[in-house]
Design a protein around this ligand. Structure first.
Ligand SMILES: *Cc1c(COP(=O)(O)O)cnc(C)c1O
Length: 415
């Protein structure tokens, strides 16, 4: 790998080597990360990066689009088949621009949106004041219930009837439970709101058939392609036939310029991979692994927000262990586990400190790890917490994490 970079830019080549080494030697538990196939990576590193293709297949503003048109049409067709959607736009550069496009397609600045609060598991793009979504729109937020730490749909309905947002936004980046799309739809219908579901985190679970699909219930579904879906870094918008024209127009020329055709082609590769039995098994395994990890952590006295998980991620409130999210993230980094600190519902700490960590199984499951490894990891986490002052013990735990990594090689054959 990197033969040419090595010749022309040894500084960057050294960084690429070091990053491959890091990914190989750490237990990657950031819930939004994954390891793409070599085929996805090759496609991203292709000549398609050279091509300008503003517009859509057969309706471009540039010549020479004959081959990239084929790639985009394939990506669209595969996305529609994979998710049973009437229409797909595969051009969004990221999950954030997918949301920006979907909002601006149907809302005017100042219109009201109602989404899950960031500190309760939602995403910045669901109306947070520092984000375009909060700057451009009048954003209101729903929260999880303090008792169950899950969404209370009756309360959400009451709030929706009072606020009457023009768009109801479902989806999250740190919510470990199933969503009730039927209830979201009926609430949206009652107030005549557009229903958008952002499945960025669970798209792979939906594609693999282990979670129900939001597509039949929603006007618009947005996603990333690089999380559980295991494709290139990018975004995706699915919609009904009726809503599609406005989305296309807002994606280009409204929000973006030229699409990243190398990434669009890599999305096509990803969507095809997602249709295989191997991927369906992968999706099942992500969820099974998260469940085993969650049980093993709870047995060791860790508090899981909502009491468990239905998907690929766990939100662990570590305040009962005398730790903050920040100190837990640092402690785990020390023993070779990469994760991120995360606010928990009704958190008393600031977003820079937090009381929790978010742990995910997508990347470890891609490496081939299963229930036995999840139990070992829960044990490493527990012993790290018990020995947080003992440097030798922590170093030994890091050795255990490295042994696990060695037993499940990442990108074998890549040099
Ligand atoms: C990750 C995520 C996004 C944003 O995706 P980017 O590609 O990082 O812009 C949007 N919504 C949700 C729910 C996410 O989890």
């Amino acid at each position: 790998m990197y033969d040419e970079v090595r010749k022309t830019d040894p500084e960057i080549a050294a960084i690429l080597d070091a990053e491959l080494g890091r990914q190989r030697s750490q237990l990657e538990m950031i819930a939004s990360e994954n390891f793409t196939s070599r085929a996805v990576m090759e496609t991203m590193g292709s000549t398609l990066t050279n091509k300008y293709a503003e517009g859509y297949p057969k309706k471009r503003y540039y010549g020479g689009c004959i081959h990239v048109d084929e790639a985009e049409m394939l990506a669209k067709r595969r996305a529609m088949a994979l998710f049973g959607a009437e229409r797909a736009n595969v051009q969004p550069h990221s999950g954030s621009t997918a949301n920006m496009t979907a909002y601006l397609a149907f809302l005017k600045p100042g219109d009201k949106i109602l989404g899950l609060s960031l500190s309760h598991g939602g995403h910045l793009t669901h109306g947070h004041p520092v984000n375009f979504s909060g700057l451009l729109f009048e954003a209101k937020h729903y929260e999880v219930s303090p008792e169950t730490e899950t969404i209370d749909y009756d309360k959400l309905r009451d709030q929706a009837l009072i606020e009457r947002p023009k768009m109801l936004v479902g989806g999250a980046s740190a919510y470990p439970r199933f969503w009730d799309y039927e209830k979201l739809r009926s609430i949206a219908d009652e107030i005549d709101a557009i229903l958008l579901f952002d499945m960025a985190h669970i798209a792979g679970l939906v594609a693999g058939g282990v979670h129900a699909s939001p597509v039949p219930f929603c006007d618009v579904v947005t996603s990333t392609t690089h999380k559980t879906l295991r494709g290139p870094r990018g975004g995706l918008i699915l919609s009904t036939k009726e809503k599609f024209k406005a989305i296309n127009k807002m994606n280009f020329p409204g929000v973006q310029g030229g699409p990243l055709m190398h990434v669009v082609a890599a999305k096509a590769v990803c969507f095809q991979e997602c249709m295989t039995d191997e991927f369906k098994q992968y999706a099942k395994d992500m969820v099974a692994n998260a469940s085993v990890l969650g049980d093993a952590l709870m047995e060791r006295g860790f508090h899981l927000v909502s009491g468990g998980t239905d998907n690929h991620l766990l939100l662990v409130n570590v305040s009962n262990k005398g730790l903050t999210g920040k100190s837990m993230e640092e402690l785990l980094e020390h023993v070779g586990i990469t994760c991120n600190k995360n606010t928990v519902p009704f958190d008393k700490e600031s977003p820079f400190v937090t009381s929790g960590v978010r742990l995910g199984t997508p990347a470890l499951t891609t490496r081939g790890m299963g229930p036995d490894e999840m139990k070992k990891i829960a044990d490493i986490i527990d012993r790290a917490v018990q020995n947080m002052e003992n440097q030798d013990a922590l170093d030994a735990l890091r050795g255990e994490a490295e042994e696990l990594c060695k037993a499940f090689p990442l990108y074998p054959g890549m040099k």
